[in-house]
Design a protein around this ligand. Structure first.
Ligand SMILES: Cc1cc2nc3c(=O)[nH]c(=O)nc-3n(C[C@H](O)[C@H](O)[C@H](O)COP(=O)(O)OP(=O)(O)OC[C@H]3O[C@@H](n4cnc5c(N)ncnc54)[C@H](O)[C@@H]3O)c2cc1C
Length: 407
């Protein structure tokens, strides 16, 4: 009887266990998890609602140093397969503009159906087992935890990355993969807030505003996104910031200068804004500049914008010169923030980087460095944008790993 040991009982590990049992019901499948429960991170996903996949599933939604290796996995197990897999587990799905959630809006329900299926399939679950070594031996693998040694014919590494370590993913998977011959693309936080130096918007902390954020590495454009930006005491946050954060984090990792410009009025060009301000002056000559901007920007943001444009809040509209008007337009369209850091792994939703994907056979998720070893999930050098893509990668790679390990 084939023995399959899965290290890590998160999204990809639980999927791998179910797929392995579906492929070979007679196989002995065991999950080793060092937390006291399975799927701890899953409970926090989508603000507790679990955005588990997305209608739009394209290679451009994922990043990797080996981008061509991502597509075969997503093609083999895409949105439709995920929806079917969860329907089969008992999850009724609902779509919000193409973003899929469980009908009850509870990540807990997703974890619950996983646990029920693992139990009915007879998957062994050993929690509180921290795996510290996996050794390849003639008879397969020996897996050492702090308390036990397990023997396996096939091993699936599904330890996650090192984002949000409180949920269990402490980065130990990278060392385990490294000890079995794999190389690691430098790991940086992704889908994370950004910190800025001499924060010009600090006084607007708490403001949420529609804006476009554009990231530059040593002056070269690298990424942009538009949506609701949140200004924090230390920098910027919100979905568009998350979307560009992996690019900024990589730039910072390589000690490049990282800058983000904020466009507070993405719907109009700088020229249109100049004309708009010109027209707005009519009848407002004796207003202060603060009053002039009231109705366009959040009240808390106005003093920051004026200060950045070097215009005093109390200055009368009629006293503002051409250069200052230009400075104000530039400020509204291209306010520049020097990024000093991300908010770190503990606040990141995922990691960018990980085990090199071109060292994996992405038809089967078997290692090309160590036979009978399979890898899945965030441990690999793949990160997706916000919107259910990281879980989709976990389900897809976990499914392929489990199914093929059991063959
Ligand atoms: C706050 C938050 C919200 C998120 N929301 C979403 C969302 O809505 N949609 C989406 O697509 N993605 C979301 N993500 C990302 C998503 O949760 C992860 O990409 C996904 O869980 C990765 O699955 P995984 O199986 O690779 O790793 P994990 O889910 O992290 O599981 C790895 C497991 O391995 C265990 N483990 C690690 N090392 C060892 C070891 N040495 N021995 C034993 N066990 C070990 C860990 O304890 C953990 O249980 C979110 C992430 C966070 C942090």
């Amino acid at each position: 009887m084939k023995k399959i040991v899965i290290i890590g009982g998160g999204a990809s590990g639980m999927t791998a266990a179910i797929a392995a049992k579906a492929q070979a019901p007679e196989a002995e499948v065991r999950i080793l998890e060092h937390k006291d429960m399975l799927g701890k991170k899953l409970l926090s996903t989508g603000n507790g609602r679990c955005n588990f996949t997305n209608e739009r599933m394209e290679p451009q939604c994922f990043f990797s140093d080996s981008p061509k290796c991502v597509e075969p996995v997503i093609r083999r197990f895409g949105t439709h397969d995920t929806l079917q897999f969860f329907e089969n587990l008992g999850i009724m799905a609902k779509s919000r503009n193409g973003y899929y959630y469980p009908q009850p809006d509870q990540a807990g329900a997703v974890l619950h159906v996983f646990k029920m299926r693992l139990r009915t399939l007879g998957v062994g679950i050993d929690t509180n087992q921290h795996v510290r070594e996996v050794r390849k031996v003639r008879s397969g693998f020996l897996i050492h935890t702090d308390e036990n040694t397990y023997q396996a014919d096939r091993v699936i590494l599904a330890c996650g990355g090192k984002a949000f370590a409180v949920s269990g993913s402490d980065g130990s998977g990278y060392s385990l993969a490294g000890s079995l011959g794999h190389s690691i693309v430098p790991v940086v936080p992704a889908l994370v807030q950004l910190k800025t130096a001499g924060h010009p918007l600090a006084k607007a902390s708490g403001v949420r505003t529609e804006a476009k954020v554009s990231a530059y590495e040593s002056g070269h454009f690298i990424a942009a996104d538009t949506g609701e930006v949140q200004i924090t005491a230390y920098g910027i946050s919100g979905i568009p910031v998350f979307q560009i954060s992996r690019h900024v984090a990589k730039a910072l990792y390589y000690k490049k200068k990282a800058e983000v410009t904020v466009d507070f009025l993405p719907a109009v060009t700088a020229e249109e804004l100049t004309v708009l301000f010109e027209k707005r002056k009519a009848g407002r000559d004796i207003f202060t500049m603060s009053e002039f901007l009231t109705g366009i920007f959040n009240q808390k943001l106005i003093p920051c914008l004026l200060k950045y444009a070097q215009i005093r809040e109390g200055t009368k509209v009629q006293k503002v010169g051409r250069t200052q008007w230009k400075q104000l337009v530039d400020t509204c369209k291209y306010l520049s923030l020097q990024i000093t850091d991300t908010n770190g792994f503990d606040h990141a939703q995922v990691c960018a980087g990980g085990v090199r994907l071109d060292e994996i056979n992405t038809d089967t998720m078997e290692s090309l460095r160590c036979s009978h070893l399979y890898l899945a999930g965030e441990l690999l050098d793949v990160d997706g944008i916000c919107g259910g893509y990281n879980l989709q990668w976990a389900w897809a790679s976990g499914y392929l790993a489990g199914k093929n390990a059991a063959k």
